[in-house]
Ligand binder design. Structure first.
Ligand SMILES: NC(=O)c1ccc[n+]([C@@H]2O[C@H](COP(=O)([O-])OP(=O)(O)OC[C@H]3O[C@@H](n4cnc5c(N)ncnc54)[C@H](O)[C@@H]3O)[C@@H](O)[C@H]2O)c1
Length: 596
């Protein structure tokens, strides 16, 4: 017969524990909430009441429900209070010895049939379980932060966890309104194994001053639709917890260098900069525990001030190319009030691009996003040409031709001959070094990368890629142009993958490796990232949309440039590409799209 869970215990009321108490109490389960001291207990109580008060203020909970919820929680100091609970969830700091000590004590205090669960993110549940005399009743129940909001729970079974314990915990998750994925005991389980390499890489980018914290976070939010950027997420997780998770994953997960905690993390933890909970981490918060970011000495000047910073005046823009990106970029500039000269390789191509721009603008009118006058004005600002010489007096050229270095270099050499002095020359390349293109001209200081995302009229992000030769004036001009286009321009160095692709594709590649290792299924991995981390798509859904061939090419570039062994393309990805399974476009990738 399935177990009844009428009273559960939660040990440790920090970032996770307080949220876990709320999840149970909200669902009608009585909770004994335990801390180490009166002060810590009080902090846990304040976190819980703060969270439930916010839920009332947002209309998600009525006052009577909140009062009933709080009445279900019995706050206590010391583990002895847990003698009558049916299940305990431990959420103390991520240290194996501490958890083992607590489990030995729980084993002594709790009734024999009680299930003992850990919320560990990276430690071995098996190693924790052997501190008790009932390892078959020890299990991992890994909630996600914030626990009341995130739908996913990873249920971690060890080789000795009893099947009935797993089944009862799965049923409990369902009762709590959560979606569970049940997996075996491996460092980082599904979500953290895929997440933490990415988070650590983002910290490394920040530490190397490759881009600012605001730009790294904006890039991942706007470029990938993530609910928060990696550095803001580190602050939410807690830098001490993140450090311990990375350190454990490094040691347990095959010493992958990408999990060796970035040195800056250790320094920040030592300095007491733990993220939101301490009021300061990568960002500064209104007060400890507050989600509200306040300006500090690293906050960039308001956009207007940056624009005044030596930007050149741009009125006339040339766009070279006739593909998807060029078409979108022409539309974006024309709509923003720039005079645009489109240059293609022939009248036929120009006619096609013109048609595509018209169709897209008309869609805007149908959807009520653009007036007919604005559409006509935008079209009136575009001149169609097949002659590069027509770019002699433009102020900015945006190149969006085929992704081949020799073609781009030849084009830039021609532009160098044709264009007036002072023009800004931009390439939209997503994978080639901008410096190679810049050095095809005699004016590398005027060359910059403007990496738009597809579809350009919709995606709000542009990566502004500065080479080691790009002048401050050119960069300021690029930022001013992005602002006028209504886009968020993020500035980064000239490294493979810039910000977004460098952080995104290794994570996708890791998901393929996880599937290849048969640790979990594509469906469960997709669920884990969507429901545990709030990603708009799971990695396999995204790979099928982007195209496996495109993803493999990007991953290869990253691997070749950075020589990071962990970036080596997953053999399964290579095999699928070889087999012609390229994703949606070919009807089959990780999933079969012909039958849907
Ligand atoms: N932070 C996250 O985003 C996140 C997400 C999922 C899982 N986890 C895991 O949850 C666990 C807790 O992490 P956290 O971020 O909530 O840590 P935290 O530092 O915010 O909270 C830990 C709490 O445990 C209490 N504590 C310490 N020793 C104790 C003891 N002997 N008895 C009772 N209470 C004790 C501390 O007073 C503190 O309130 C870790 O295993 C972590 O890996 C964290």
């Amino acid at each position: 017969m399935a177990r009844e869970f009428t009273r559960v215990g939660v040990v440790g009321l920090g970032t996770m524990g307080a949220g876990i108490v709320e999840v149970f109490a909200r669902n009608g389960v009585d909770v004994t909430a335990v801390e180490i001291s009166d002060a810590a207990l009080e902090r846990g109580r304040v976190t819980l009441t703060g969270s439930t008060d916010r839920a009332v203020a947002k209309g998600k909970l009525v006052e009577a429900e909140r009062d009933a919820l709080l009445a279900r929680v019995d706050f206590r100091v010391g583990l002895d209070a847990l003698h009558d609970v049916d299940l305990v969830i431990e959420a103390v700091p991520e240290h194996l010895d501490l958890k083992q000590r607590i489990f030995a004590e729980l084993d002594r205090v709790c009734k024999p049939e009680a299930i003992l669960a850990t919320n560990t993110s990276s430690l071995s549940v098996t190693e924790i379980s052997v501190a008790t005399t009932r390892p078959n009743q020890v299990i991992g129940i890994h909630f996600f932060n914030p626990a009341p909001v995130m739908k996913l729970v990873e249920v971690v079974r060890t080789v000795v966890t009893s099947a009935d314990v797993v089944a009862d915990v799965e049923a409990l998750c369902e009762r709590l309104g959560k979606v569970d994925v049940t997996i075996s005991d491996r460092a980082g389980f599904i979500a953290n194994a895929l997440l933490f390499g990415y988070l650590n890489h983002a910290v490394g980018m920040f530490e190397a001053r490759y881009a600012t914290r605001e730009d790294i976070d904006a890039a991942m939010k706007l470029g990938c639709g993530l609910p928060m950027g990696p550095l803001a997420l580190m602050d939410l997780i807690g830098l001490d917890t993140a450090y311990e998770i990375l350190d454990t994953m490094y040691r347990r997960g095959g010493r992958d260098r990408r999990h060796a905690p970035a040195p800056l993390l250790k320094q920040m933890v030592t300095a007491g900069l733990l993220g939101r909970k301490s009021g300061r981490g990568f960002y500064t918060y209104e007060r400890p525990g507050s989600p509200k970011v306040v300006p500090d000495e690293y906050t960039p000047l308001a956009a207007d001030a940056a624009l005044a910073d030596g930007a050149r005046a741009i009125a006339k823009v040339g766009v070279v190319g006739s593909g998807t990106m060029a078409t979108g970029i022409i539309e974006v500039f024309a709509k923003a009030g720039y005079e645009v000269i489109s240059v293609t390789r022939g009248a036929e191509k120009s006619a096609k691009v013109c048609e595509a721009v018209k169709t897209s603008l008309n869609k805007g009118v149908v959807r009520g996003k653009l007036s007919e006058t604005d559409r006509d004005d935008a079209l009136g600002r575009i001149t169609w040409s097949a002659t590069l010489e027509h770019l002699a007096d433009v102020d900015l050229v945006v190149e969006a031709v085929i992704e081949e270095l020799s073609v781009k270099k030849a084009l830039f050499a021609s532009l160098d001959e044709i264009c007036k002095p002072g023009v800004v020359l931009a390439t939209t390349t997503s994978s080639l070094p901008v410096i190679d293109v810049a050095m095809a001209t005699q004016r590398p200081a005027d060359v910059v990368g403007l990496h738009f995302f597809n579809p350009a009229p919709i995606m709000p992000l542009v990566e502004i890629v500065q080479t080691i030769r790009t002048s401050a004036e050119t960069s300021a001009t690029a930022r001013a142009v992005c602002a006028k286009l209504g886009k968020t321009g993020v500035v980064c160095g000239d490294r493979s993958g810039f910000i977004v692709n460098a952080l995104l594709f290794p994570y996708l590649n890791d998901a393929v490796k996880m599937l290849e290792a048969s640790y979990s299924t594509a469906d469960d991995i997709d669920y884990a990232m969507k429901l545990g981390c709030g990603y708009p798509m799971g990695p396999f859904e995204l790979l099928d949309v982007v195209g496996l061939d495109v993803s493999l090419a990007i991953q290869r570039e990253l691997y070749l440039e950075l020589r990071e062994p962990g970036f080596a393309p997953a053999p399964l990805l290579e095999h699928l590409v070889t087999a012609g399974y390229l994703g949606r476009k070919s009807g089959r990738g990780f999933r079969d799209h012909t039958r849907r």
